[in-house]
Ligand binder design. Sequence first.
Ligand code: CP
Length: 326
Amino acid sequence: MLSDSINESSKQLTKDGKLRHLVSLENLDKNILMRLLFEAQEYTQFKKLPDRIINHNQEHTIANLFFEPSTRTRASFEIAANRLGFNVINFDIENSSGKKGETILDTVMTLKSMGVDTLVIRHKEAGIHAQLVQDIGDECIIINAGEGHISHPTQGLLDLLTIQQEKEAFEDLTVTIVGDIAHSRVARSAAQGLTTMGVKELRLVSPKEFMPSKKLTSISKHFTNLDEGLKNADVVMALRIQHERMEDTNNINLDNYIKNYRITHKAMRIAKPDAIIMHPGPMNRNIEIESSLADGEQSVILRQVANGVAVRMALLNQLTKNHEAQ
Ligand code: CP
């Protein structure tokens, strides 16, 4: 049974307000976000640096536990940890004792007993990371690598870094997120981070059936009309329809969705001429985004992927230092 009270931002901080775990971007202090973005920006130069740019204690072991599929997040956590000199294991969920009925808590306790220090976890269950922080957070670092439709904080951080590299100041920006907002952990974490960074406008565009039941943040505004949402936008983020999070997908009228919500060259004419196009991946080309737009000059989609390594390096480095200072 997961309690609401443990989902407070303070649970992921040390007593003196430093980041101890990463569960959520919600209500996370702007200074913490800025410190992570600053260090991540330095790591974006990593191709010019030696293979292992920080030699952390190689006794510190990071385990990647992905209970849902991943390409970008899992690979970038592994690359980031290797770059920092950590010992990394990619836990094979499909062939693990979870398939014989072992609970996630028993699995992580087992790994902890073998000497795992940091657990990077993707799981469909809402609240699982906060629960693990409560249960074993004094001994291990817990990092949320995707929590059902609820949150994906490292994706939110890499989205912030990508926007910061392209645009002058968050305070001047209109950011528009288009697609299946209701089922998107990416939209939630991006909205939380963008709200903390103080964007001028945050617009969420979707058909009624993909609209969340409540506002994502205090500043988010919902639109059902794509043109209204895109007008003079500086940043446009397209989202995939999350079929895997719906019980019944028969009611989705894909032709209608493509006609009214696909981000195309034509649709982008109403946004600012220098607007950037983002997508967290994986993309369904020519459904939520016109394929040539995804590969075009305005697209920063592959930059987002590259920034994912830098952001996860900064996060692992800071969390480990904060843990060691305890
Ligand atoms: N954006 C994202 O989380 O991608 P993966 O599912 O490939 O990790």
